[in-house]
Design a protein around this ligand. Structure first.
Ligand code: ADP
Ligand code: ASP
Ligand code: MG
Length: 411
C-alpha cells in the first residue's frame, strides 16, 4: 500500500465522460489499497475562456481579481470528480487550495508555494477517503486567492507529494510520457523511459510544457519520484530520476525543446560606459520581468547595441520601460521583434562530448536557417531563430542527432 499523488490535466477532465472514466481509474487504485490524493486542472479550454472574459472587460485586468476568477475552473472539476467518485461508492472530498491551506507568496498569477498544511488531508486519508485538491491555486498569508502560473497544477501535485512524503507523484496527461521532442511537432519523436531531473528541468524551462518548470524544481529539491503517464492508456510512462548513469548507448542529446514564447528587444547606439548593462536591465528586473538571452555588441563609434529576450507576455511592458531608459541614457533607438522562436538541445551526455554546438550550427546552416542569438550551459545549447523555421529546425535536428524513432518499415 502506497501514498500516491495523481494529477490529471485539462484534457483528461475535459468532459463529463472523461471525468467518469478518471473516477473509475481512481476507484481501481483505491481498491488496490492505496492512499490517494488527486489533483485536477480545469476542464480543457476553461482557463483560456476565463482569461478571455477578463480581457473583454479590461485590457489590463487587476491581477488579484484575475486570480479570483481564473481559479474557479479548478473548483468545478474537483467537485465534479468528487461527485463521480461518490456515485461509484468511493468516499471522496474536494478542497480548494485555500481550504487545504496551500500558502503562497502574493505575486498574483505567478505565485510561489511557501508551505502546505497537511492536517486536513491526513485526517481524510486516515478516514479512508480519497482527497481531491484543486490544482493551480493557493492562498497568500492575507487570505487572497493566488494562482501558480499556466500549467501550475503540475506544481500543486508535486508540492503536495513533497509535503505528504508520498511514495510517487504521477502526472496523467494526453501523452504517454516525456518524448525526445513534442510529438505534435515531430511525429517521429520517441518516448523516453527515464530522464534526469536536471535534463527535465532544462526541457521544461526551455519550453516543453509537458511539465511546468516549478514542478520539476520541487521534485528535484525534495526528491519526489515523478512519473508522466497517459490518462487513458496503460504503459510505463517516463520516470524523472536522479540516476545519471550515462550508458554507452545513451545518446548525447536526450531531447529537443522549443519555445514560441519569445520576444527580442534591442536598444541601439547606447554610449558605452561602465554600468550600461545594469542601467538597461535594472528597470526591467525591477518590473519582475525575466530576461533570458543577452548580447552586447560594441561598434567603432564607442556606442553599443544591447539585445535581450523576454517572454512574449512581458514584451509590451519591457518595450515601454526600454523606451524610457533610452531617453534617460541618450540611446539612439529601441526596436522589438515577436516573430522569433528558441530551439534547444538538451542532454547530460554533452558534458562528455565536444562539438555538439558546431554540429547543431552545421545542421541549421544546411537548411538555410539563420541563427540570431546563441546561449549555452553545461547540458544545453539554445539558438534563437525566425519563428517560421521552427518546425524545420526541430525536425532536422531530431534527425541529425539520431533521435527519430527507427523506421520499422525498412526492417
Ligand atoms: P495537461 O493539460 O495534461 O497538463 P499539457 O498540454 O500541459 O497537458 O502537456 C502535455 C502536452 O505537452 C502534450 O500534449 C505535448 O504536445 C506537449 N509536449 C511538449 N513537449 C513534450 C515532450 N518533450 N514530451 C511529451 N509531450 C510534450
Ligand atoms: N488550468 C491551468 C492552466 O490551464 C493550470 C493547469 O492546467 O495546470 O494553465
Ligand atoms: Mg500542463
Amino acid at each position: 500500500m502506497a501514498l500516491i499523488v495523481q494529477k490529471f490535466g485539462g484534457t483528461s477532465v475535459g468532459s463529463i465522460e472523461r471525468i467518469q472514466q478518471i473516477a473509475k481509474k481512481i476507484k481501481t487504485f483505491k481498491e488496490a489499497g492505496h492512499d490517494l490524493v488527486i489533483v485536477v486542472s480545469a476542464m480543457s479550454g476553461e482557463t483560456n475562456r476565463l482569461l478571455g472574459l477578463a480581457k473583454q472587460m479590461s485590457v489590463k485586468p487587476n491581477l488579484r481579481e484575475l486570480d479570483v476568477m481564473v481559479s474557479t475552473g479548478e473548483q468545478v472539476t474537483i467537485a465534479l470528480l468528487a461527485i463521480a467518485l461518490n456515485d461509484l461508492g468511493v468516499a471522496a472530498r474536494s478542497y480548494t487550495g485555500g481550504q487545504v491551506r496551500i500558502v503562497t507568496d502574493s505575486v498574483h498569477t505567478k505565485a510561489r508555494i511557501l508551505h502546505i498544511d497537511d492536517q486536513r488531508i491526513r485526517a481524510d486519508l486516515k478516514a479512508n477517503s480519497v482527497v481531491i485538491v484543486a490544482g493551480f491555486q493557493g492562498i497568500d498569508e492575507e487570505g487572497n486567492i493566488t494562482t501558480l502560473g499556466r500549467g501550475g497544477s503540475d506544481t500543486t501535485g508535486v508540492a503536495l507529494a513533497a509535503a505528504l512524503k508520498a511514495d510517487e507523484c504521477q502526472i496523467y496527461t494526453d501523452v504517454d510520457g516525456v518524448y525526445t521532442t513534442d510529438p505534435r511537432v515531430e511525429p517521429k519523436a520517441r518516448r523516453l523511459d527515464k530522464i534526469t531531473f536536471e535534463e527535465m528541468l532544462e526541457m521544461a524551462s526551455l519550453g516543453s510544457k509537458v511539465l511546468q518548470i516549478r514542478s520539476v524544481e520541487f521534485a528535484g529539491k525534495y526528491n519526489v519520484p515523478l512519473r508522466v503517464l497517459h490518462s487513458f492508456k496503460e504503459g510505463p510512462g517516463t520516470l524523472i530520476t536522479i540516476d545519471e548513469e550515462v550508458s554507452m548507448e545513451q545518446p548525447i542529446i536526450s531531447g529537443i525543446a522549443f519555445s514560441r514564447d519569445e520576444a527580442k528587444l534591442t536598444i541601439r547606439g547606447v554610449p558605452d560606459t561602465p554600468g550600461v548593462a545594469s542601467n538597461i536591465l535594472g528597470p526591467i528586473s525591477n518590473a519582475n520581468i525575466e530576461v533570458d538571452m543577452i548580447i552586447q555588441n560594441i561598434s567603432q563609434d564607442k556606442t553599443t547595441d544591447f539585445t535581450f529576450t523576454v517572454s512574449r507576455s512581458d514584451y509590451q511592458m519591457a518595450f515601454d520601460i526600454l523606451k524610457e531608459t533610452a531617453s534617460k541614457i541618450s540611446a539612439k533607438e529601441v526596436a522589438g521583434n515577436l516573430d522569433i522562436a528558441k530551439v534547444s538541445l538538451v542532454g547530460v551526455g554533452m558534458r562528455s562530448h565536444a562539438g555538439v554546438a558546431s554540429r547543431m550550427f552545421g545542421v541549421l546552416a544546411k537548411e538555410g536557417i539563420n541563427i540570431l542569438m546563441i546561449s549555452t550551459s553545461e547540458i544545453k545549447i539554445s539558438v534563437l531563430i525566425e519563428e517560421k523555421y521552427l518546425e524545420l529546425a526541430v525536425r532536422s535536428l531530431h534527425k541529425a542527432f539520431e533521435l527519430d524513432v527507427p523506421d520499422k518499415t525498412l526492417g
